[in-house]
Each structure stands twice: as C-alpha cells, then as structure tokens.
Design a protein around this ligand. Structure first.
Ligand SMILES: *Cc1c(COP(=O)(O)O)cnc(C)c1O
Length: 492
C-alpha cells in the first residue's frame, strides 16, 4: 500500500488519511507518496468518460486506504452542480493552444478543483482515524486559495477555517469575496505584509509545539488547506490526465503521443500535479513553468540556484506574486530519488541565507522543465491579441502562461500540442483584462465586471455577481506577530 513520508526524512510513515489530517510533517517537511503509482487504466478505455470517473481512478491510486465507497462519496459531494460547466473541466482550443479551464467552480479559480473535495477527504479521514479534536484549518492566501478554502469548509461540522491574506496584496474582487464569506466557522484577517510574510508566519505557527499543546488543551488541532496538504495536491493530478484523454478523444493526438503542459505558477502546486501526472504515465515532453515579474522559478530552472534575495513585485497576476514556492521542495525530493539529507540542507540554506544551489544530479533532471516569465506589459498584450484574433478571454494568470508558451515555441520551434492550465475566470481580474482589450476606466472592480460582461457577452460566474451588495462580515487586520493570538481568539 502506498504510504506517505516527509521530504525531510522523518522516520514516521503515514497513511493518506493521517497525512491529510496532519497537513505538514512533524519535521517541517511535506508529505510525499513513497512511490508515484502508474496510471490505473489504459488511456483508450477512458475516452468519453466523465470527469468524476477519471478523478476517482486517479485519486484512488494515491489514497489506497480510502474505500471505494468513501472516495466515491467525496467525489460526488465535490464535483456536482456547484460547477457551472457540466463537464467540470472544459477544454477549449484557441490560438494554437488547448485551455484546460479549471475555473468553473464556486470561486472562479482553479483552487476550487481541490478545495471542493478537500473538506470531504478531511472529514472522511477524521472518521477513519477516530479523530475527535476539532480541526482548525489555517491558511495563508495570495488571493484565490483563501476564498476557495472558505467556500469549501464553511459550516463543515468539526472544523474551523481561518484565512490570512496580505493587506493590499490581493485584488479588490478577491478581497470582497473573502470578507463577505458566510458560515459560522469562517474567520478572515488581512495581515500587514505580503504573501510570503503570511505564509512564513503560518508555517511558523504549524511548527510551534508549545502552541500545538495550547490548542490541544482546548480540543483543537491544526491542519492546512494550502497546497502543502497532500489532500489538495492529489486531486489536481486528475485534471491533467483528463485533459490528455480529451485531446485523444478529439483526435488532436493519439494515445501515447507526447504533449507539453504549461502552468502559470506561484507556489508550484499546480505544476507539481502535472509532473505527477507525467510520472504516472502521461507522455509529457516539457513542463513549461510560467512566472510573472517575480521570476525566481525561471532563474532557478535556468541556473539551479534558487535565490529569493530580490525585489518583490506586486503585479496584476497577484496569485503568482510569490518568492518562496513551497511545493518545489517535493519536486527536489523526487528528483533526488528520495534522498532527504540534501533536501534538509537546501531548506536550511533557504531559511538562513534565503537561497540555495542544487546538486548537479537535480539540476540535470530539471531539464524536463522549461522556465519563462512575462512582465505585465507583455501579459496584457497577450490578452488583447487573443481576444482580438480569437474572441477568447484569458485572465491575467492564464495570459502569463500563454505568453510564456508562445515564447517557448518561438525559441524552440517545438510544435507539440500544448495543454495550458487556465487558472481563473477573466472576471476575477476584470480591470486588467478590460484595459488589455482596449476598454476605458471604471470606478471600481465591480464596475469593471459589469462593463466587461456588456462588451464581451461572456457570462459572469455566479459567485462574482452582486459581490458589492453583500454584507462585509470580516474586518480584522493584524501584524504577523499577532497571528497566534488571532487564532486563539477564533477558537475560544
Ligand atoms: C494559485 C493560483 C496560481 C498559482 O498556482 P500554484 O499552484 O500556487 O503554483 C495561478 N493562477 C491562479 C489564478 C491562482 O489562483
């Protein structure tokens, strides 16, 4: 049976249920499967099958300790009419690329794909493990995780959800989505700092034994909805496999042919899921890792040196304004054949010197990845050109991916069919998108949504309609140093 172990070598191994409850390992590492399972089916067998069937088979291959009934219930609960697209993940062709549209869930970003199932996986895991503490989900967000986690966990019995977002570091629409969240167990705070400050502070809280002790006295246990939780990563593998099957179904490729996969990347979770799909047996030639001006990953893939000693930029693709990409640790572990000693050294160096350099073996194996970046100007141009030529509307994050994909093709001449992770609805970043397609100024983010809908006729996702009329329920602003007190305050 597949089990889960820490990237940093702790000797404790866990079932998937235990790893999902824990979130992060006791040695601060991330849980990884001891092996990546092979595809549990032949591609041709799955052609024409609905998304839920693919998701079931893929997740089951990783989470073997869940019974078929348990897992099916999780999947049925997650991928239902909450999604505005019947196929859950439509694949749309535009401008020489295939867009894997991951944003048709409740919060209009790809985070819904995993966060609509995580609460089911977690509560099922708690039952399996006879866990009777209350689970407190603690999450740092660059904008989209927070809302998707709130939506997923709102009113789920036995849980509290607390979200920290960078004050002024998320879009107006993203912020309003979070602060209007309903539910008796939901808590939202702005923190004075950027996403990395929020994420670092949350990780510190997870690693604070005395604090864990204090929480256990009031019957609570921390867990994470960030992509450090393996329960979030694994459901994401399913859509890449599904996307490949769709390309076969449409006759774009034959089963066995290679594709490229482009992912606009921040915390490295989504692209790592693509890599897992590749390791399972989906033939992928290149994983194209696209960044905005915060191009720490582009430089890393090119040089093998990960260096966060650099200026931090606030861009119009805020969910990728990240310098410390947590899930990279998992990739390094796999590329290093599970040798955790070196991973510990690298992560130590990252903490102390804010940078590290990988060994030649890892650097050589990074060759499966291509790293590129697009600044705001080129990203906005990509949105404008795409809309003008093909009538297809991309959000700013997806556009970073598309721009970098186009650069890759220009640079390599590689015409392999390309699947691009389309990570958000254009309406989530309506102001930037509207300007990019030549529209004028509006008074706020909500007015942009309206104007963009009038101009393009693309339907506005239900979750973004009338956002400005909803009651603001969460107003807290804290410093990173006050986060622990804020957590206690929510749980008392
Ligand atoms: C979170 C997010 C990303 C980055 O995904 P990672 O898994 O953190 O790399 C990209 N685009 C959007 C819209 C997002 O919400």
């Amino acid at each position: 049976m597949i089990h889960y172990q820490s990237t940093r070598g702790s000797k404790y191994i866990k079932t998937s249920a235990q790893a999902i409850i824990a979130g992060i390992a006791e040695d601060k590492g991330l849980y990884v499967p001891n092996e990546i399972p092979a595809l549990p089916f032949e591609i041709d067998e799955m052609v024409g099958k609905p998304y839920k069937d693919v998701a079931f088979a893929i997740i089951k291959a990783f989470f073997e300790d869940f019974t078929d009934e348990e897992l099916q219930a999780c999947i049925d609960g997650a991928y239902d009419s909450k999604f505005e697209a019947e196929e859950i993940v439509p694949v749309t062709e535009a401008g020489d690329a295939y867009f894997l549209e991951l944003y048709h869930g409740k919060t209009a970003a790809f985070k819904d794909m995993a966060l609509s199932i995580l609460p089911y996986l977690l509560t099922t895991a708690m039952n399996k493990e006879k866990e009777d503490s209350k689970i407190c989900i603690l999450t740092a967000t660059s904008g989209d995780t927070g809302k998707a986690a709130l939506e997923g966990f709102a009113n789920v019995p036995g849980t509290e959800i607390i979200v920290f977002y960078p004050n002024k570091g998320v879009s107006e629409v993203q912020e309003r989505q979070m602060v209007t969240q309903e539910g008796d167990n939901t808590h939202v705070f702005a923190i004075n700092g950027n996403f990395d400050d929020a994420q670092t502070a949350v990780k510190k809280i997870f690693n604070d034994d005395a604090f864990a002790e204090k929480l256990s006295e009031i019957g609570c246990k921390l867990s994470s909805a960030n992509s450090i939780n393996i329960g979030r990563l694994v459901p994401q593998v399913a859509y890449y496999v599904y996307g490949y099957i769709k390309l076969v179904e449409r006759g774009v490729i034959e089963s066995g042919d290679e594709i490229n996969i482009t992912v606009p990347t921040g915390n490295f979770g989504n692209i790592l899921a693509a890599y897992y799909a590749g390791r399972m047996g989906i033939p992928v030639k290149k994983f194209i890792c696209a960044s905005n001006e915060n191009k720490v990953l582009t430089d890393f893939i090119m040089t093998g040196t990960y260096n966060t000693n650099r200026e931090f930029f606030m861009t119009n693709s805020p969910s990728m304004d990240i310098l410390i990409s947590s899930n990279l640790e998992r990739l390094l572990y796999h590329l290093n054949d599970g040798d955790s000693e070196e991973i510990c050294q690298l992560m130590d160096s990252l903490e102390k010197e804010k940078k590290y350099k990988v060994c030649p073996k890892i650097q050589y194996r990074l060759d499966d990845f291509y790293g590129g970046y697009a600044d705001m100007e080129r990203t906005n141009q990509a949105i404008g050109n795409m809309y003008e030529r093909h009538g297809y509307l991309m959000d700013t994050h997806t556009a970073v991916g598309y721009r970098v994909y186009k650069d890759y093709v220009a640079y390599t001449g590689d015409k392999t069919p390309n699947l691009i992770a389309s990570t958000a609805s254009a309406y989530k970043f309506a102001g930037s998108v509207a300007h990019s397609i030549g529209m004028g100024d509006e008074k706020d983010g909500f007015a942009y949504i309206k104007a963009l809908a009038e101009k393009t006729g693309v339907p506005v996702p239900a979750g973004l309609q009338d956002l400005d009329k909803k009651e603001i329920r969460h107003k807290g602003v804290v410093d990173p140093a006050e986060m622990k007190d804020a957590v206690i305050g929510c749980l008392k």
